[in-house]
Design a protein around this ligand. Structure first.
Ligand SMILES: [Zn+2]
Length: 125
């Protein structure tokens, strides 16, 4: 990948990181509410669970973005290549600039139970 392209990816990743940073919700500990509005409590808890799940996903994305940025610095020749099979990630990178695996490797790492389907796909080739 050319240095100018890498710079572009770096800028995209930095922009993405800023976006995720803003989206992460601060964890609210509203202890004063406990007991005062018991009817509302389950709802508050539920929305906190949802918020923390979203936060976890965002934090996870943030980590990937940071890893991608570190990768551009430390091994620029490897950026855009799958960490598993070292094939170019290709179009997936356009949608997910912090993608670390090509579509095929991503699918196989997404879950064990899908392995059977993957084998089937390989047979088909
Ligand atoms: Zn791969």
């Amino acid at each position: 990948m050319k240095a100018s392209e890498l710079t572009q990816w770096k800028q995209r990743l930095l922009a993405l990181r800023a976006e995720i940073d803003v989206a992460i919700e601060p964890v609210r500990k509203d202890d004063t509410r406990v007991g005062s509005e018991e009817d509302e409590q389950p709802l508050v808890e539920m929305s906190q669970v949802i918020a923390s799940k979203r936060n976890r996903e965002r934090t996870e994305s943030l980590k990937r973005v940071n890893r991608a940025l570190a990768r551009i610095e430390s091994e620029p020749e490897m950026f855009g290549l799958c960490r598993e099979c070292e094939e170019p990630i290709g179009k997936r990178l356009l949608a997910v600039p912090h993608a670390e695996f090509c579509v095929e490797c991503q699918q196989s790492s997404d879950g064990g139970p899908k392995l059977g389907r993957r084998r089937h796909l390989l047979d088909f080739k």
